[in-house]
Design a binder for this molecule. Structure first.
Ligand SMILES: Nc1nc2c(ncn2[C@@H]2O[C@H](COP(=O)(O)OP(=O)(O)OP(=O)(O)O)[C@@H](O)[C@H]2O)c(=O)[nH]1
Ligand SMILES: [Zn+2]
Length: 291
């Protein structure tokens, strides 16, 4: 038996990365009978059937740490959420939505602010400080000028990471800058998320170092949050966590209640802009629920 990771699945074959290279495997029938679908990112065990042609049989799927639906991948450790300092301008409302989705999946999170070479007044530092204070690691980069690339590479070490973020912020450029050997085609990722295309490509893992992989896919493709119950929202704001059980009322949602420990922290441990976004998202989720 050989340990491996499923890199991709095509037409009933799974391509499995092991210390001895990549093997093309069919899955044992037992998985189908048990309703288990081998998924990109799965940790597996294979037996080698034909070493010369690198063919094997996928025998065991180890328990999953987590499963993302879109893209469909398992065992993701980390979301790398990329925004640009300029062109397109940083949209913090959108950033908070990406954060919520990643928090909900219990992923580690790294925020990357790219294209800092375009921001002559260094306004991005404000956003970096805001999110660092909220408890997130923030890496400021320029794929073009090679700034912050070493730090990004370090952050990806020994992890399976998925990149997410709006189109055109430089996700592919960053990956290319950090791992020149991969030669990811910058146009390729955008092509995949063009709407109305029927060539739905499945997610695929790309090995970037010995034990690190990235998901080759547009990242979270759906930014709809309406599946999140409004009273759960508070758990996805990191900086709220130390104060959540200090409110006077059990079940406080920190909107209109008196003696609210969260509201007391606004301007202190909690930035008012983040609190405002919490309120806005709370109302949005409440409206969805009522409709
Ligand atoms: N000035 C500057 N331009 C950059 C930087 N990084 C990327 N770009 C440019 O921004 C454009 C978009 O970069 P991509 O890497 O394709 O962006 P992406 O996020 O992968 O976009 P999608 O594939 O649409 O999701 C390209 O023209 C890049 O050359 C940077 O650090 N500074
Ligand atoms: Zn409260």
């Amino acid at each position: 038996m050989l340990d491996g990771v499923i890199l991709k699945g095509i037409g009933g074959f799974y391509y499995i990365d092991t210390v001895q290279g990549v093997y093309e495997c069919r899955a044992r029938g037992i998985f189908r009978k048990e309703g288990i679908r081998p998924t990109v990112g799965d940790s597996v065990q294979i037996s080698v059937l034909d070493e010369a042609n690198k063919k094997g049989s996928l025998d065991v799927i180890l328990p999953r740490r987590n499963e993302l639906i879109r893209p469909r991948v398992s065992n993701i450790d980390q979301a790398v959420i990329v925004f640009a300092a300029k062109s397109p301008n940083m949209n913090l409302d959108l950033l908070d939505r990406f954060l919520l989705l990643a928090e909900e999946q219990e992923l580690d999170i790294v925020i990357v602010i790219n294209k800092i070479d375009r921001d002559k007044q260094n306004k991005y530092e404000d956003a970096a400080a805001l999110y660092r204070a909220a408890g997130y690691p923030v890496i400021c980069t320029s794929a073009e000028k090679g700034i912050g690339i070493e730090e990004l590479r370090k952050a990806l070490e020994n992890k399976i990471s998925v990149f997410a973020g709006p189109s055109g912020v430089g996700k592919s450029s960053l990956i290319n800058a950090a791992f020149p050997g991969l030669e990811l085609n910058t146009g390729e990722i955008s092509e995949k998320i063009q709407r109305g295309r029927h060539t739905t490509r499945h997610a695929e893992l790309i090995r970037i170092t010995e034990q690190s992989y990235i998901v080759d896919s547009p990242g979270f493709t759906s930014l709809f949050l309406n599946h999140i119950p409004s009273d759960k929202l508070q758990y996805y704001f990191r900086e709220f966590q130390p104060f959540l059980h200090k409110c006077y009322y059990n079940g406080c949602v920190h909107i209109n209640e008196p003696d609210c420990a969260i509201k007391e922290q606004i301007g202190e441990a909690i930035d008012s802009r983040r609190y405002e976004r919490y309120k806005m998202l709370y109302e949005e989720l409440e409206n969805e629920r009522r409709n």
